[in-house]
Design a binder for this molecule. Structure first.
Ligand code: FA5
Length: 374
């Protein structure tokens, strides 16, 4: 900044000459008018109104003027700066309005366009049902156990006390993959006909106490019809510990149906035969729709249980001591219970599915109503 100048002549201070101030003002106005974007306007603003702009520098010169000249120069520079700021604000408003109008056009959403027709996937109800059942037992401390679907005949039959001439081994039930091999009769291979071989695998892999639940796919040479499929799913449960009795089995079954179908549910057992359990039973659960009220009551027929009041679930029983021995478990010390049932059948009565074929044909119109449950 110049030192105070007693013999001041404004004309001599170049930066404060009227025509010089006008030139600075006009240059600023022209730069603002030429700015075609907010970024360009910002650059022009810094150049023409910033601390090192010509008008700001001229303004500083005023301070060095003698008092009588200050007012005149100050007025000139002030008017020029006022005009520049006004033009800047006007151009800023103009460019912002242009930007807003452009954004409205560019980001417009046509709400009449068809929605995205690629639906998010959902899991098959058989999968979610199997997990739901398994979760009941995982919550009680059971472990999930697995076994192969192409299973050694020994695990599928022999270890489970199926005698060599048991009808279940015959071709009408079992898909045989490979017959016995070699001179020592190495076990043949079958597609497992039930999840029970996982009982034997679990007992050989673990030391008692054993508490496992095994969901899985099984195969039988059944024709595909409304109530059968050659590939279906079972869930198996095995508990082996000291002092387990049929009462533990019954309590576990009751807990399962109460968890899945409601607190007022119960089960009943009917005598049956399985080679790997002794005694064995068929397990039924109370019909969760009519709760037995349809029995002998023609005015209140129930489609779910055919007015029988009970729905058949599957098989169960106390683990046969011969199975424990085959798997190296001392039957004098340990006892166990097991049960197994079909998931397709459970899905059928739980959701009133009339034809099992709907579950395997892969039509999304069947699975969609089950929703996005995960
Ligand atoms: C068994 O498979 C025994 N392993 C169950 C068991 C486990 C008993 C543990 C004792 C202790 P079963 O052959 O009855 O039992 O079959 C069990 C269930 O599988 C049936 O109740 C039925 O729900 C289902 N099931 C059988 N065959 C088919 C099929 N072709 N299609 C769909 N589900 C089937």
């Amino acid at each position: 900044m110049s030192a105070p100048n007693k013999s001041y002549d404004p004309v001599e201070v170049e930066a404060l000459k009227p025509e010089e101030i006008e030139r600075m003002r006009d240059e600023a106005l022209a730069a603002f008018a030429a700015a075609d974007s907010l970024d360009a306007l910002h650059e022009a603003k810094v150049a023409h109104t910033g601390p090192t702009s010509p008008l700001a520098l001229a303004n500083r010169e005023i301070g060095a003027l003698p008092p009588h000249a200050k007012a005149d120069a100050g007025k000139r520079v002030g008017m020029a700066r006022g005009a520049v700021n006004k033009a800047l604000a006007a151009r800023q408003a103009e460019l912002e309005a242009e930007r807003d109008a452009r954004v409205l056009v560019e980001e417009a959403v046509d709400v009449t366009l068809p929605y995205d027709r690629v639906p998010a996937g959902a899991r098959h109800p058989l999968t979610t049902m199997m997990e739901r059942v398994a979760d009941v037992f995982v919550a009680m401390g059971y472990e999930i156990a697995e076994g192969p679907e192409a299973e050694a005949e020994w695990f599928n039959f022999d270890a489970l006390n199926f005698t060599p001439d048991h009808p279940a081994r015959q071709m009408q039930d079992t898909f045989f993959v490979r017959g016995p091999q070699g001179d020592h009769g190495e076990s043949g291979v079958v597609l497992r006909t039930h999840t029970s071989p996982v009982q034997a695998r679990s007992l050989l892999e673990r030391k008692p106490p054993v508490y496992v639940v095994c969901p899985g796919r099984v195969y039988r040479t059944d024709e595909l019809d409304a109530t059968h499929t050659p590939v279906f799913h079972q869930i198996e449960l095995l508990a082996v510990d000291e002092g387990l009795t049929m009462a533990d089995l019954k309590g576990t079954l009751d807990h399962m149906v109460q968890s899945l179908f409601g607190a007022d549910m119960k089960t009943r057992l009917r005598p049956n035969y399985f080679p790997f359990t002794e005694p064995s039973a068929e397990m039924d659960m109370l019909c969760y729709v009519c709760k037995g009220a349809s029995v002998g009551n023609p005015d209140r027929p129930c489609r779910t249980c055919s007015s029988e009041g009970w729905i058949e679930l599957g098989g169960c029983g106390m683990v046969n001591p011969r199975v424990l021995i085959a798997c190296g478990v001392d039957p004098e010390k340990y006892s166990g219970f097991a049960f197994g049932f079909g998931i397709e059948r459970m899905l059928m009565f739980r959701h009133n599915v009339e034809d099992m074929r709907d579950m395997v044909e892969g039509d999304v119109r069947f699975t969609r109503p089950f929703g996005m449950e995960i």
